[in-house]
Design a binder for this molecule. Structure first.
Ligand code: FAD
Length: 171
């Protein structure tokens, strides 16, 4: 496995960790950086117990802090499914090639090391389909479902991916 920076979100974080806390690759807890920066800008005059209490409060309420693996995942799926929704029905050779390149690079750069490794394995097993919007949207939905299954989440009905991400739900 590649030794990636320690600040990456860890997917193995137990559910009971306080909001804002993430685990590094070795499972060691670390606070997201917003605690320190919030102290500098927001409650800089506080000292001692007051500062600690303010930091704890900030850590549980701030939403402008580094993402944990869940927030990162939600945002990333939004981007990927929205790319699928805006991908042409009949893409040019260049568009197909760009999408393949993007997804290959994405799978190597995704800043959650175990997620990236598993996603690369998935892409090796299930070759990406980029011939049309529906091909890619369905492939991506299936890829997302593979992660859902791994995490024990419900599987999404891939016949509905376009309603969820492009057209809106039919009444
Ligand atoms: P998400 O899974 O983030 O989904 C967001 C929304 O997408 C849902 O609310 C639903 O409306 C819609 N949706 C759900 N499934 C589908 C689908 N199949 N097709 C289309 N739309 C769908 N987390 C880990 O802990 N371990 C991992 O190994 C891991 N690997 C990941 C790999 C990738 C490439 C990405 C992008 C994320 C990964 N994550 C991983 C994060 C994880 O998938 C979730 O994003 C995170 O747990 C938050 O889940 P959620 O329940 O909010 O919904």
């Amino acid at each position: 496995a590649v030794d990636l920076p320690e600040s990456q979100p860890s997917p193995a974080a137990p559910a009971k960790l306080p909001p804002g806390m993430i685990l590094d690759k070795d499972g060691k807890p670390q606070w997201a950086q917003h605690t320190k920066s919030s102290l500098k800008s927001g409650v800089g005059a506080a000292t001692g117990a007051t500062a600690a209490a303010a930091a704890a409060t900030t850590a549980t309420t701030a939403n402008d802090c580094p993402p944990d693996v869940e927030a990162l995942g939600r945002s990333t799926w939004t981007l990927l499914h929205t790319i699928a929704a805006n991908y042409p029905k009949s893409p040019s050779y260049r568009e197909q090639s760009d999408l393949k390149t993007f997804m290959g690079v994405f799978s190597r750069l995704y800043p959650c090391w175990v997620c990236a490794e598993d996603f690369q394995s998935y892409m090796e097993k299930e070759q990406i389909r980029v011939d049309s919007r529906n091909d890619f949207g369905t492939w991506l939905c299936e890829a997302h479902n593979a992660v859902n299954t791994k995490l024990g989440k419900p599987v999404f009905d891939c016949s509905k991916w376009e309603e969820r991400w492009r057209t809106g739900w039919k009444d």
